[in-house]
Write a protein that binds this ligand. Structure first.
Ligand SMILES: Cc1ncc(COP(=O)(O)O)c(C=O)c1O
Length: 391
């Protein structure tokens, strides 16, 4: 036994089994390859189709002003940042973006990370550790759940949106720990529903806990100024720490944490996914700065997006299809089995709609679905036709 140098691929039987098992369960992933930029319409296999699966909610990923800002930044700053933020990787444009994000979120300070995944990691590991308790919604994003497990804090989850269960967990366990952190997505990425932030604020106050929210899918979309669900629900001032991503409505790449200065300073000094990785490319910072201008100056983009989503949900509902508790631009249509979901997705592609099947482990077994996500640039007539085809 032992490791055989230059072992032929036929030796990787255990990994082949993994793939064969996934294939047998219709869980093997074969993503569509786009021949065009992402947008409301994309080209797949030489054919233009309506794209209903990206997180480019405001159509900024290929927006002319955003692209021009990124190109100018490449000409000014080069392509790569060259090092970690703590070495020579902090450029003026990083600082500018962090100040802008702090102001946008109404926070004392903000720190930018290379992805949204990393933002959750550094935030959670700064806020909780051994001797602390983290309480998460079961449908929180994988980056939250993984970070909570890695933080060395005790972790408990409550059923999706179940405030009663959260209250009981606090009653039973809060006193056994030093600090307690409640973490929730503000807009759930697979169900498209909103977290009950008003009640979570009340619970965190009652039990002396802190509340961190992940506004990945809501930043730029919800709230009067596009800050997110906390602004939409009027609880902005009661959120302790906000995480967001620059990769969805803001159309680029990267993540951020916004909150009290002390939290941000601890992240800058201890956050492993901040310290031990190369800084975000400058073009991404400049693209996001341009995207934030659009969020500020063009509220009509998010208004149109949410109005189209409400209309599509109504049409699907009228046709007898459930969209769970979706209240956003993310609209799930649960099919059930993975094979059925793949089949429906294939038929939709032949009708000109790109909506891949979302299957376990992204969603629970038996809850495979179409996750329809809208973009402000969609043509309402395309959405009306989608509703007809689906219903
Ligand atoms: C709720 C949530 N948080 C964080 C992330 C990670 O963000 P990023 O893709 O920028 O790494 C995602 C990505 O899908 C997400 O849905």
């Amino acid at each position: 036994m032992g490791f055989k140098k230059n072992a032929p691929m036929s030796d990787w039987e255990h990994l082949k089994t993994v793939l064969n098992d996934l294939k047998a369960g219709d869980l093997l992933r074969t993503p569509a390859v786009l021949d065009s930029p992402v947008g409301a319409r994309v080209v797949v296999g030489g054919r233009e189709v309506v794209c209903l699966c990206s997180n480019d909610y405001l159509g900024l990923a290929a927006d002319e002003a955003v692209k021009a800002a990124a190109i100018e930044a490449i000409n000014t700053w080069g392509v790569g940042a060259g090092a970690s933020r703590l070495v020579s990787g902090t450029l003026q444009v990083h600082q500018q973006l962090e100040q802008r994000l702090a102001a946008f979120k109404g926070a004392q300070a903000a720190v930018v990370t290379s992805t949204g995944w990393m933002a959750n990691h550094v935030a959670i590991c700064a806020l909780a550790g051994a001797g602390d308790l983290i309480l998460c919604d079961k449908l929180d994003h994988a980056s939250i759940l993984d970070a909570a497990r890695q933080s060395r804090a005790a972790v408990r989850t409550y059923a999706h949106g179940d405030r009663g269960r959260l209250r009981r967990l606090l009653e039973r366990h809060r006193a056994d720990y030093r600090e307690c952190l409640i973490v929730t997505d503000s807009l759930f990425s697979m169900d498209g529903d909103l977290a009950p932030l008003e009640e979570l604020v009340e619970l965190k106050n009652r039990f002396d806990a802190k509340l961190m929210i992940d506004e990945a899918h809501a930043t730029g979309v919800f709230g009067q100024t596009g800050r997110g669900v906390a602004e939409h629900l009027g609880v902005d001032e009661h959120i302790d720490v906000t995480v967001g991503t620059l990769s969805k409505a803001l159309g680029a790449m990267g993540g951020f944490v916004a909150g009290p200065e002390v939290v941000i300073d601890v992240i800058r000094n201890t956050g492993r996914a901040y310290m031990y990785t190369t800084a975000l490319p400058p073009a991404m910072c400049a693209a996001v700065l341009a995207g934030l201008d659009i969020v500020r100056d063009q509220p009509q983009r998010r208004q149109k997006l949410l109005a189209m989503a409400a209309e599509l949900r109504d049409r699907l509902g009228a046709g007898g299809l459930s969209t769970l508790s979706s209240a956003s631009q993310i609209i799930p249509v649960v099919i059930g089995g993975a094979a059925e979901a793949v089949a429906v997705s294939g038929r939709l592609l032949s009708e000109g709609f790109l909506i891949p099947a979302i299957r376990p482990p992204s969603v629970p077994p038996g809850a495979s679905r179409l996750r329809i996500s809208l973009c402000a640039n969609h043509d309402p007539q395309d959405l009306a036709r989608l509703a007809d085809v689906l219903t």
